[in-house]
Design a protein. Structure first.
Length: 194
């Protein structure tokens, strides 16, 4: 009986060490985001975060959210005397949230993956400054704002050295509002595996 209890305690103590060596049960990351709104030909940049859980080495579930900062636009006035160009604020920004499966080439320092995520895209017009408070109020007001459904098929590559890595995603984020609108989306940033 004492040996059985000793073996159970030993296995219980060593199990986390074996789990920690694998470092492929999940991933957390931050990224810079480029979003080209095809309908208005507008380029937006922002930041976001991602959390992935991987029940197997080839399959994972990911959730991500990003905030694209407001985009300024140039408006030119033809003035024969001065040729003035005025820069105005558009007050246009975007909040995205996506969730879905990812299929990858497996375990290793370099992996390729495909993903198909669903979620929402929220186009906002606001003259509030881009702060953490503005982001928090944008998230809390999602139910009150006009939110469109979104679907994102894409793919990319991850490169890791130990638990630290870099990830590049490229895909077509489609949103549905009086038809389907296709938009190029590219994200790039660091990740940490656990």
């Amino acid at each position: 009986m004492k040996r059985a209890i000793f073996v159970l305690i030993l296995v219980g103590a060593l199990a986390p060490l074996g789990f920690a060596q694998d470092l492929d049960h999940g991933e957390v990351g931050a990224f810079a985001d480029y979003f080209h709104v095809g309908q208005t030909n507008t380029n937006l940049v922002g930041v976001g975060g991602r959390l992935a859980l991987k029940p197997s080495r080839y399959f994972g579930l990911e959730a991500e959210m990003n905030y694209d900062f407001e985009q300024d636009f140039n408006e030119g006035f033809i003035d024969t005397g001065t040729g003035t160009v005025t820069i105005n604020r558009s007050n246009f920004r975007v909040l995205n949230g996506l969730f879905g499966p990812t299929v990858s080439t497996g375990h290793g320092p370099l992996r390729f993956f495909l993903t198909a995520k669903g979620g929402f895209v929220d186009f906002q017009f606001s003259n509030a400054p881009a702060t953490l408070g503005t982001f928090a109020s944008s998230v809390s007001n999602l139910r009150a704002d006009h939110v469109d459904g979104a679907f994102y098929p894409g793919g990319g590559v991850e490169a890791h050295v130990g638990p630290i890595g870099l990830r590049l995603d490229v895909g077509d984020e489609m949103y549905f509002n009086s038809g389907t609108h296709h938009n190029l989306r590219v994200t790039f940033g660091p990740t940490i595996r656990f």
